[in-house]
Design a protein around this ligand. Structure first.
Ligand code: GMT
Length: 377
């Protein structure tokens, strides 16, 4: 099949899922065309099966906001015609489902039928999409997709609660490619470069936006560090970076906290780690928690959104109410306090992550593509 993938090329979860899906489809022999404004950060090779088409937005002084969705829908039309793309799989409704709808109508005028699969990822529904300034357009573009998927059951319920959706919603979970994770016993995993033998390594990875509650990460670490000597790795960049830097200085824990910025080697950093903190306000799925578990790193998270579908209470980690940093710190100590307990949680996390292996999940997307092509036109 010839599949166009529209996504954000950045470090966020939806772009990561879209890129990993595209690379896996190409490995199965499908022709994949990424259409976005920059080469996706996780796209580690271009081949005769994987193509990248840059969406370029011409600036014009009259425009206060550059019309990205106009440029995107035009680029989609151009590449669908040039490469006879059959399916357009867009990740994150805003503005991708809307641009896909416009492209579909423009192609229809030329007698070209394209099928649109929209995968909802979370904030396009729970935070931004349901805002009154966007809701009507988001609802319209979801209802005019040929197939709609969500990355968790929780997000499906949120979508049905917040929007009037006329189409069936398929739940297809996010996935992990285990071939990209070094074993924690491998020579690549040099934890002593980061921490002393008696120290535990705790990690948080996100784009440091308010929804991630990064200040709670610092508060939880501060409480843990008082009982168990530890190092905290903060991976990612975003609006709350400065705020948490101030908090680290105020709590006088600068020697224990390493800010590592954005990294394309998250899986290597995770192999050092003993615990992953994710105290988000909401997470439709929490892909980064799954990545941690695939690297045998147990998770301390909130119980919001789809996280309980990934992180199993008392098995792969613990879940607490949003903002309850005391409970999250106490649970963290329960996991870190002795090596046998830690080892059990690490193994449980790894076993749970296997349920989301790409080999389990990819067939679900392929079935969606085949069904939508069979119901053509
Ligand atoms: O979480 C982010 O900031 C990035 C965001 C995105 O849309 O790229 O992630 C969302 O999609 C991920 C992949 O499906 C999910 O794992 C995240 O839970 C979801 N983020 C939220 O719902 C806040």
């Amino acid at each position: 099949m010839k599949i166009g993938i529209v996504c954000y090329p950045t470090f966020g979860g939806s772009g990561v899922v879209a890129t990993e899906l595209g690379m896996a489809l190409a490995e199965k022999g499908h022709e994949v065309h990424f259409i976005t404004y920059k080469q996706p950060v996780r796209l580690d090779f271009i081949s005769n099966k994987i193509h990248f088409h840059e969406v370029f937005v011409e600036e014009y002084p009259l425009f206060h906001f550059q019309p990205y969705e106009l440029a995107l829908s035009t680029k989609i039309v151009e590449e669908v015609k040039k490469h006879s793309i059959e399916i357009l799989h867009v990740h994150y409704a805003i503005p991708h489902a809307y641009a896909a709808y416009m492209a579909k109508q423009m192609l229809l005028e030329k007698g070209i039928h394209i099928k649109v699969v929209t995968t909802l990822h979370g904030t396009d529904i729970t935070l931004v999409g349901s805002h009154p300034n966007y809701k009507a357009a988001v609802e319209f573009s979801i209802n005019n997709s040929d197939v709609v998927t969500t990355v968790s059951e929780s997000l499906k319920q949120d979508t049905l609660r917040l929007f009037s959706i006329r189409k069936p919603i398929h739940v297809i979970y996010n996935f992990i490619d285990f071939t990209k994770y070094p074993d924690i016993d491998s020579p690549e995993c040099q934890r002593n470069a980061i921490a002393k033998e008696n120290e535990r390594i705790i990690i948080h990875i996100s784009n440091l936006r308010p929804v991630k509650r990064a200040e709670d990460v610092i508060a939880i670490f501060y409480k843990i560090n008082k009982k168990i000597p530890s190092k905290l790795l903060i991976v990612g960049e975003g609006p709350d970076r400065e705020k948490i830097g101030h908090l680290v200085r105020k709590l006088d824990i600068r020697d224990s906290v390493l800010f590592l910025g954005n990294s394309t080697e998250v899986n290597k950093l995770l192999c050092y780690s003993d615990l992953f903190l994710l105290p988000s306000e909401t997470e439709s799925f929490g892909l980064v928690a799954l990545e941690a578990m695939a690297a045998k790193t147990p998770v301390i998270s909130t119980n919001s959104g789809g996280l309980p579908e990934v992180n199993l209470q008392g098995k792969t980690g613990f879940l607490s109410d949003v903002g309850d940093t005391k409970d999250m710190a106490e649970n963290a100590v329960r996991i870190l306090k002795d090596l046998n307990t830690l080892k059990k949680f690490k193994q449980n996390a790894f076993e749970q992550a296997k349920r989301f292996s790409i080999n389990q999940i990819l067939p679900a997307y392929l079935n969606v593509y085949k069904e939508v092509l069979e119901n053509c036109c």
